[in-house]
Each structure stands twice: as C-alpha cells, then as structure tokens.
Ligand binder design. Structure first.
Ligand code: ACO
Ligand code: OAA
Length: 451
C-alpha cells in the first residue's frame, strides 16, 4: 500500500477519533470533576504531602486566591538564601542542593566533600554504553535520547529492581552524576549524525562541579570560564525542584507508586518535562521570539508588539497553539522568583554582550502579555513570566544551543525527581489510583456484518 493511501485511511480514522473522544466540558462541572486536578479558583487539588519543595504563589483568604510575589523553598529554606549562601562563599551550589533535596538537611563541609567525591566517581558510564546505546542509536531530540538512555541503563545495572533505600539511592546518585554526560553525548551524536558536524566525545572528569563538567564535555576545546560555570550552576540550582505537583515530579511519583524500578519512573518524568507546557517551554520561547522578531518591524513599538501577541493568543500566529510561551503558571501569580533572578542575569549579560535591544523586546513582551491576555481571554487570571521565559536568553549567551535548553532543565531536575521518588516510595507508600467516571451509555456488541 502506498504512503498516500495509508495517510488517506488514517485521515478517515482521524475524523472518527475526533468525534468519539470529545467530552462536553460542562460535564466536568455537573459531576464535580476537577479538570487538570484544579479547583474552581485555580488552586491545585491536594494530592499528597511532601517535605521537599514548597511553591508559594498566592495567599488564601476566605477561599479566595490573593495574588502574591512568588517564593520557592527547598526543604524549608528559601532558594534565594541558598543562592546567596554559596555565592558569598564563592563556591558552586548545585551539589549542595541535591544533597539537601535527597537527605533533607544541609551538608556539613565534610559531608559535602564526601558527596561530591561519590558524584565524581559515579560519573563513569558503563563500558560499551556510549558506543552501543548512544552512538549507534542517536536521536534528533536530546530529551528523547535521554529517556532512552535512562531506560537502557536498566540492562547495565546488576541490581535494577531492588527497591531497598540504599539501592535506590545508589541509582539516584548515579543518575544525578551521569545526566550531564548522557546529555552531552546525545548532543554530540545528534550534531554528528543529523547535522553533519564533527564528533567530539570528551572523557568525563571527577573533580569538576556538575556545571563545570557539563561545559567541559560540551565545548569542542573543553574550555570555559569560571563565570560561565557559575552562571550555569545558578541555573541548575534554580531548576532543581518545584514541589510534588509539577507535572514531571508528579509523573515520577505516580509511576514510582506502582513499585516499579527507578529507571522506569525517571524515564517517564523526562517524557513529561519534554512537553511544551512544562520544561519544553524554554525552547518554545526561543522559537516564539524568533517568530516575533521576524514579524515585528519596530521592536520598540509597544502597540505593534501587543497586536502580535493578540494574534498569538487568537491562534493566528506563531505555532497556532494560542500560547505565549514562558508566561503563566499554575501557582505563581505576580512573579516566579526564578524568573526574577534569571531576568537580572539576562540584563547583566545583555549589557556585557551588547544585546540590550533583544533584552528590551523580552521585557516588553513580559510587561504587555498580562494585559493582552486579560483583554483577549476576558480572564482575571494573573499571569507572570515563568522560569522558562528568560532561561533560554541566558543559555544563548553561554553559547548553548537551543536543543539543550530542556535537557539542561532535566540535568537539574533529576535531583528533585529522585527526592520525590524516595519520598513517594517510603513516605506515602500507596499506589496512586484516582477515579474516572464513565459517561458513555451502555451499548451492545454487534456482529461484524450487522454494523
Ligand atoms: C517549568 C514550567 O513548567 S513553567 C511553565 C512553562 N509553560 C509555559 O510557559 C507554556 C505557557 N503557559 C501555559 O501553558 C500555562 O500558563 C501553564 C500550563 C504553565 C499553567 O497553566 P494554568 O495556570 O494552570 O492555567 P490553565 O491551564 O488553567 O489555563 C487557563 C486558561 O489560560 C490560558 N493560558 C494560561 N497561560 C497561558 C499562556 N501563557 N498563553 C496563552 N494562554 C494561556 C490557558 O490556555 C487556558 O485557556 P482556556 O481556558 O481557553 O483553555
Ligand atoms: O510547578 C509547575 O507546575 C511547573 C514548574 O514551574 C516547574 O516544574 O518548575
């Protein structure tokens, strides 16, 4: 059968699939179902307890949501204080944050040293893995390759299904240590096999920080500056964790709750993070900005920008999704503290690199989007720039290519996912199994000839 014929038949089935998979949105109200596990006022349905991350975006007064500036706490400590703490001591912070997320308290100097040494030792990936699992099976998408590499790791692990806490911790620490390598090699394979570039497979290092090691593996000449590594380290710290309800952590928790192995749960979380409404939004912001730049004549003309944002919201421009990527959040209302910090960095870098024209365009979009959103959608929902809005701009100034924006998010978030897996497994210890109400009328099976 020709491809054309297959396509024609699929189109026919598409109409059926479309017609038979629509659920009348009013039924959600009728049966009291919380669509997207969200309450009427936009707050999330309470689905669990956690001690890992706390995301604060509003206050509740008599059941009403009162918008507030955003705050993010890791194990009860404000992420801003964590950042100030390691920066003032002129050291890297990501490993300290992973320790905090996994074990629940800040490490002493000696504990941090021991933890860093284990991470360094765990970077070594199994013999033959790079050749057989990465170079022989590249992917045009690094997140896809990362998920497949995590699943493939199962068959290189002598004890993959042992869910004792010590074995799970070993697997988690190895994944935290190896994500930068898996991402760097997946990127090199993609560049070589899909983009016709030379292949660079640099050996990993033991004594460098996670951020330094990643830049070392990524750059053709292994070179990077201290300030570049510090900037990447800050990005990793800011992306490491976001509570139990964010889509990828919740995915890791749902999958873990069935009792399955670490690799299955983490591969599923990677799949979630890849989505354009979650971690994939950072690359979508970059594509949207390219689209906006190519359609707007005067980047200083606020009306022209607002008109184009209106078109985006009406699904008449950009990718037709109707979304202004990098804007809006399920919890934050007035501000996402990570976006505030990344914006400051973006501003400093824009001055240094003579990119203020571009920075100003980002800022205009950030400022105009909420009012255009309110006007077009007739919604009183507060939307602010989220972590994905300025991160790509920052990465671009580190000469990091766009296809690595979301994988870098994963290199950071593996810390949070592992903490949530362990907490779900040992804290909650119940298979997550909500209910779905079936709303179809019962019908009879008919013989093939009588349909
Ligand atoms: C790391 C992260 O995951 S941060 C988030 C990254 N994602 C993005 O930047 C993508 C753009 N933003 C969004 O899609 C949303 O703001 C989300 C998914 C992040 C959060 O959404 P929520 O706050 O839960 O809003 P919810 O899904 O209830 O949407 C309410 C309405 O606002 C719309 N909306 C929310 N944000 C946006 C946006 N940025 N652009 C256009 N419409 C938006 C929704 O499409 C929906 O419209 P509808 O009722 O017509 O279907
Ligand atoms: O909390 C969310 O819904 C998404 C988010 O910002 C994150 O996971 O970092």
């Amino acid at each position: 059968m020709s491809d054309k014929e297959i396509y024609r038949r699929i189109l026919k089935f598409t109409n059926l699939a479309e017609t038979n998979n629509k659920i009348d949105l009013e039924l959600y109200d009728k049966y009291g179902v919380k669509r997207g596990l969200r309450n009427k006022n936009g707050t999330g349905v309470l689905a669990g307890l956690t001690e890992i991350g706390d995301v604060i975006g509003y206050n509740l007064k008599d059941g009403d949501k009162i918008p507030a500036e955003g705050r993010l706490l890791y194990r009860g400590i404000d992420v801003k204080d964590i950042v100030d703490g390691f920066q003032v001591e002129n050291r890297y912070g990501f490993e300290e944050v992973c320790y905090l997320l996994l074990f629940g308290s800040l490490p002493t100097r000696n504990e941090l040293k021991e933890f860093n040494e284990i991470l360094g030792e765990s970077r070594e990936i199994p013999d033959g893995f790079t050749e057989d699992m990465i170079l022989k099976a590249p992917s045009p998408n690094i997140m896809n390759k990362l998920a497949r590499s995590v699943l493939a790791t199962y068959s290189y692990d002598d004890n993959p299904d042992d869910t004792s806490i010590e074995n799970m911790l070993r697997q988690c620490i190895e994944l935290i240590a190896r994500f930068p390598i898996l991402v760097a090699y997946a990127f090199q394979a993609k560049s070589h096999y899909y983009d016709n570039k030379s292949l660079y497979i640099h050996n990993t290092t033991r004594n460098l920080s996670t951020a330094e090691n990643f830049l070392h593996m990524l750059r053709v000449d292994n070179k990077f500056t201290k300030s570049e590594a510090e900037l990447l380290d800050l990005c990793l710290v800011l992306h490491a964790e976001h509570g139990g309800g964010n889509n990828s952590a919740f995915t890791a928790r749902v999958v873990s709750s069935s009792g399955t192995d670490t690799y299955s749960a983490i591969a599923a979380a990677i799949g979630s993070l890849k989505g354009p409404k979650h971690g994939g939004a950072n690359n979508k912001v970059r594509q949207m900005m390219d689209d906006i730049k190519s359609h707007i004549n005067n980047w200083d003309d606020k009306k022209e920008i607002a008109d184009y944002l209106t078109k985006i919201l009406k699904k008449q421009a950009n990718d037709g999704s109707g979304l202004i990527y990098g804007m809006g959040h399920a919890i934050y209302t007035l501000s996402d503290p990570r976006a505030v910090m990344l914006k400051k960095k973006a501003y400093q870098l824009a001055i240094e690199k003579d990119m203020m024209k571009e920075f100003n365009l980002y800022e205009s979009i950030e400022n105009l989007a909420p009012e255009v959103f309110a006007k077009v959608k007739g919604s009183s929902k507060d939307i602010c720039a989220n972590v994905d809005f300025y991160s790509g701009f920052v990465y671009s100034m580190l000469q990091i290519p766009p296809e690595l924006y979301t994988p870098i998010f994963a290199i950071a978030r593996i810390g949070g996912w592992c903490a949530h897996r362990i907490e779900e497994f040992y804290g909650a210890n119940r298979i997550i199994r909500p209910a779905y109400k079936n709303i179809t009328e019962p019908s009879e099976y008919k013989e093939l000839g009588k349909r």
